[in-house]
Design a protein around this ligand. Structure first.
Ligand code: SAH
Length: 395
């Protein structure tokens, strides 16, 4: 097997089981390697540290499959990883209230670059690295065998594939073509998911646990669901007994599906759908003194690289300040950030700054993170990207 030697003193993170090796840590390559093939990683003194997938074009040159240098990368290895991933979701698979969740969460499930979600009878997968691409056929075939589905649809249309020298790819990889909209159930609510064109693989499955938590605070409240997408939090809140739900999103397409999702659940007809830029709509509500007593802020990622973090923090502060001003006394604000580069501490600080400027008192009653089927590897803190706070305003 081709061997990669690390530079002296650059083996610290691999020894700590961090799965990424950056190009700057590599001293030399002995042998030939095709993109995505497995290499043996050794430190400068020649000690073997594990096996990884080699990506010649990416700054992240190697993604580790295993820290056991004696392991073999083959169909048994893949089957073992998939088996573990399925086993870890046992309580969702066996339960009957939820039919959609993440089955494989990349690094945290020891399969870097592999994201696979299950929507009722269908898998939707993203293969984001050349190592994942290399093993794609094997992964799809094995998963279909271990836990069969009607079909496996690929959504490898993330732009980041270009850093790996890969073009975008989508389509059926196994079984049948999924329907235009797949119906799923989540904690007793039903949703239609557009697995071909929807965001990510179609639905924000990472917010499932948080939708349930927020819904438990919704009874009797007028809810403002900002960045509603296809209605996730709004449907859950109304099913939880909310008095009304106002959904805001900039995408007409997302709102059209949100309307269908509210209708599908046969809920009281108290939902409103507002198409527009959230910042502008919130300012308008502030100026007209409109208030709500549960506000959900779940914006898109504001920072996708280090240079954008300062701008993102300003955005989060503006948004949270606006929302705090719309909150009626004794109201709740559920506020989220899915920018991995904004740490939970940083996010808490920004929300605190917004609270100071709002001139009102808040307490944090809960902290949120991504649902448990999107686990974070203990060796890879970068895997925690979604964080949130449930803030309560004293009257
Ligand atoms: N809470 C949702 C997911 C939100 S994703 C759920 O649980 O399913 C973020 C959403 O923000 C997307 O639907 C996107 O269309 C919307 N969006 C992005 N920029 C926006 C803006 N400036 N104003 C309003 N909506 C915006």
């Amino acid at each position: 097997m081709t061997t990669v030697f690390l530079k002296k003193g650059r083996d610290h993170s691999v020894r700590n089981h961090h799965p990424w090796i950056f190009s700057g840590a590599i001293d030399r390559l002995e042998g030939e390697v095709a993109p995505g093939e497995t290499v043996l990683v050794r430190d400068a003194a020649g000690k073997a540290l594990g096996l990884g997938a080699y990506s010649p074009t990416s700054q992240i040159r190697i993604r580790m499959w295993t820290f056991d240098p004696e392991a073999k990368l083959n169909d048994v290895f893949i089957a073992h990883a998939l088996h573990n991933a399925i086993h870890a979701r046992d309580r969702l698979i066996k339960g009957d209230a939820t039919s959609a969740f993440r089955v494989v969460n990349a690094e945290a499930d020891l399969l870097p670059g592999v994201i696979i979600d299950r929507y009722a009878d269908w898998y939707v997968g993203q293969f984001t690295t050349v190592g994942a691409e290399f093993w794609k056929k094997q992964i799809v075939a094995t998963l279909m065998e271990l836990w069969p589905a009607r079909g496996f649809y690929e959504r490898s249309d993330a732009e980041s594939r270009k850093y790996e020298g890969l073009s975008e790819a989508s389509g059926v990889l196994a079984g049948e073509e999924p329907p235009e909209l797949v119906e799923i159930e989540e904690n007793g609510c039903r949703y239609l998911v557009d697995v071909r064109n929807g965001h990510k693989t179609g639905f924000y499955l990472d917010q499932r646990d948080n939708r349930a938590t927020v819904a438990a605070y919704a009874a009797g409240r007028d809810v403002l669901n900002v960045f509603s997408y296809t209605g996730g939090f709004g449907v859950a809140a109304l099913a939880g007994g909310a008095k009304s739900v106002t959904n805001i999103d900039i995408s007409a397409q997302a709102l059209a599906l949100a309307k269908r999702n509210f209708a599908l659940n046969k809920l009281p007809d108290t939902a409103e759908f507002v198409e527009g830029n959230a910042f502008e709509v919130l300012r308008k509500y502030r100026d007209s003194r409109r208030t709500f007593n549960l506000i959900i802020l779940d914006p898109p990622k504001f920072a996708d690289n280090k240079n954008r973090v300062m701008g993102a923090l300003r955005g989060y502060k503006d948004l949270n300040l606006l929302a705090m001003k719309l909150l009626a006394p004794n109201g709740y604000l559920a506020t989220f950030s899915c920018s991995g580069l904004v740490t939970p501490d940083l996010f808490r600080k920004v929300v605190g700054e917004a609270a100071v400027d709002s001139g009102r008192d808040f307490q944090i009653v809960r902290r949120f993170q991504q649902s448990f089927d999107h686990p974070e590897s203990v060796f890879f803190p970068e895997g925690l990207y979604l964080k949130g706070l449930l803030c309560y305003n004293f009257g």
